[in-house]
Ligand binder design. Structure first.
Ligand code: SF4
Ligand code: SF4
Length: 579
């Protein structure tokens, strides 16, 4: 290989590409006949019909040209004939990054529609991995990968926060089901070890308590691990097999140490695929226990009569969104439908579905790459149309990533729908037959001031944070209005009256600091109570140093629902007394 004026990074990419060319990869790189049958399979193409750069075959050709130039004899001998082309500069690597990360969610819908068996998602994942290996990647990919390498989970949840969350969820469960219930940690020799997505700890602890309730009602001998508990794996998205192997190995070794008989994986498409299907290969390990999706576990409990359910408790019309990883890559299509029909009365199919379903557009790590958000939301029109056509009020999905992707597009396209997971529906339908007396240690809820009658503006650019904050506040009686950037927030503040605003600081466009100062300097708005909620502690100083009245509250992310309510109530109560 002639290096000539080739950049160091480009040379490394070419060198490493040679190590990735297994039979499946070469087949996908060599077999395309450019028939175009995959073109309309892609949601990016359907929403950008005049832009050929979104076509799966075009995107694959960017990699294929390099493969031909360096690893296929036709391209080495007759490069002009087979349109082989090398890569030389860092700018060219940046262009490849824009396609590999920003124009494909690795959803594999084009793959299942190719008559030649070309799997473009596999090629794209390889390209991502090569770029990541030389540091060319979106910032979000770098941050999440670092957290998973260094802290052990992709959301940077600290061990003490994880254990504290399980502890208070356990206490709540005991209040509901009795002292025998709860969440056992690190219990050896259990039939089930339950592993979760860190998003559940950070934004959606109700999915953990609902799962725990189901295990307890089923009389399961189960436990959750204190470490190595993250069953997601960002290596699947970043293309970094080393990260994939390290993450999978952590979980497998913990279950082995606990002598667990089965690993049950909570509802997460990429987590299920990574842990159950890809992980043993990445980790180079024989896994000595069974692995199962919690969807199958819940279905089995109902089939075996271990839990009783009353479907009349879920009467809203529901539809089901197939996660790409669950349906296309793991074949998990029938069990969720059987389960929905057991726990809900009005299930409406979405078309197309199962392996032909369209991506939520949040797949492939897209939710962590904010620079591509406008493209993602534009491509989400396909999914929005699919959802709207069902007429359902609730979309159920078995994937945390899809929960975020769907929530974001539902908001963007103003659909009147909510997103939930199967575990929530099953827990609501579960019949508790023997309610044990509430233990004396049950917590007294710290309700000092209900939120009924208060109007709260929630401002945050992260879709899952926005959804979490809004849900907690509205569940407690507040009327919540959402804004996902600074301009929208200022616009709403001028038009509507609010009692309080929660404000993120780091946002695209006008950031929270600018919004905060503008508000304080406007005589009509200056008295509005503000609770800053930011994930960047270094910005705290920049708020308090401003020459205006400081905010009434300041919380660091991640924030639990208890902390949020406590602080919001305190702020409102203080003002209450003062007025
Ligand atoms: S369907 Fe397959 S063979 Fe046809 S253009 Fe797409 S990838 Fe190539
Ligand atoms: S994998 Fe999905 S997003 Fe990527 S090109 Fe194929 S259909 Fe489009």
């Amino acid at each position: 290989m002639s290096v000539g004026t080739r950049s160091h990074k480009a040379a490394k990419v070419l060198e490493r590409m040679g190590t990735k060319l297994n039979r499946q990869m070469v087949g996908s790189l060599a077999a395309c006949v450019h028939c175009g049958m995959c073109t309309d399979a892609c949601h990016y193409v359907l929403t950008n019909p005049d832009d050929p750069t979104y076509a799966p075959a075009y995107k694959a050709d960017l990699v294929r040209k390099i493969f031909k130039r360096h690893f296929d004899w036709t391209g080495r001998v007759l490069p002009w004939w087979v349109r082989a082309k090398s890569v030389f500069t860092d700018e060219e690597l940046e262009e490849l990054k824009d396609t590999a990360f920003g124009k494909c969610t690795n959803c594999r819908r084009c793959s299942v529609n190719c008559p030649m068996g070309v799997d473009f998602a596999v090629v794209n994942r390889m390209m991502r991995g090569l770029l990541v290996s030389v540091g060319v990647m979106p910032e979000g990919v770098a941050v999440v990968s670092k957290d998973q390498w260094e802290i052990g989970n992709q959301m940077g949840v600290l061990k003490e926060d994880y254990l504290e969350t399980l502890e208070w969820l356990s206490e709540e469960l005991q209040s509901e089901l009795g002292a025998e219930a709860g969440i056992p940690i690190d219990k050896p020799d259990c039939d089930v070890v339950y592993a979760i997505n860190p998003r559940e700890v950070k934004y959606d602890p109700r999915t953990i308590s609902d799962a725990a309730k189901i295990f307890c009602l089923a009389g399961e001998k189960w436990t959750m691990p204190s470490e190595g508990w993250d069953m997601t794996n960002f290596g699947l998205f970043s293309g970094d097999d080393d990260l994939g192997g390290a993450v999978a190995r952590r979980l497998y070794e913990k279950v082995t140490e606990l002598r667990g008989r089965k690993l049950v994986i909570s509802e997460c498409g990429h987590g299920y695929r990574s842990t159950r299907c890809e992980g043993p290969n990445w980790a180079g390990m024989d896994v000595p226990f069974e692995m199962e999706s919690s969807v199958i576990t819940m279905l089995r409990y109902i089939r075996e009569g271990r839990i009783k359910v009353d479907r009349a408790r879920n009467t809203d019309a529901v539809t089901f969104h197939d996660s790409c990883n669950n349906a296309r890559s793991c074949g998990l299509t029938e069990e969720p439908r059987e389960l929905i029909n057991l726990v809900a009365t009005d299930f409406r199919e979405m078309y197309p579905n199962r392996a032909e379903n369209y991506c939520c557009t949040g797949g492939g790590g897209a939710m962590s790459m904010s620079e591509y958000t406008p493209r993602r939301l534009k491509s989400a029109r396909v999914k929005a149309d699919q959802l709207a056509a069902t007429g359902a009020r609730i979309v159920v999905t078995s994937c945390h990533n899809c929960v975020d992707g769907l929530t974001d597009l539902i908001r963007h396209y103003h659909l009147d729908m909510k997103v939930t997971q199967l575990v929530n529906l099953v827990a609501r339908a579960a019949v508790v037959e023997l309610k044990v007396a509430v233990p004396a240690v049950a917590k007294v809820p710290a309700v000092a001031l209900p939120l009924e009658g208060y109007r709260i503006l929630v401002v945050d650019d992260e879709a899952d944070v926005l959804a979490f904050l809004s849900a907690v506040l509205s569940d407690n009686g507040a009327t919540v209005v959402e804004a996902s950037d600074g301009d929208q927030a200022l616009d709403l503040l001028k038009k509507e009256r609010f009692d309080l605003m929660t404000l993120d600081l780091s946002m695209p466009g006008k950031d929270g600091g600018v919004v905060f100062e503008a508000l304080r300097r406007d005589p009509a708005l200056a008295a509005l109570r503000v609770c800053v909620i930011s994930g960047r502690p270094e910005l705290r100083r920049l708020i308090y140093e401003r020459p205006v009245t400081p905010p009434e509250g300041y919380l660091d992310k991640p924030v639990s629902d208890e902390t949020l309510l406590l602080n919001v109530r305190r702020i409102l109560e203080t003002e209450h007394r003062a007025s």
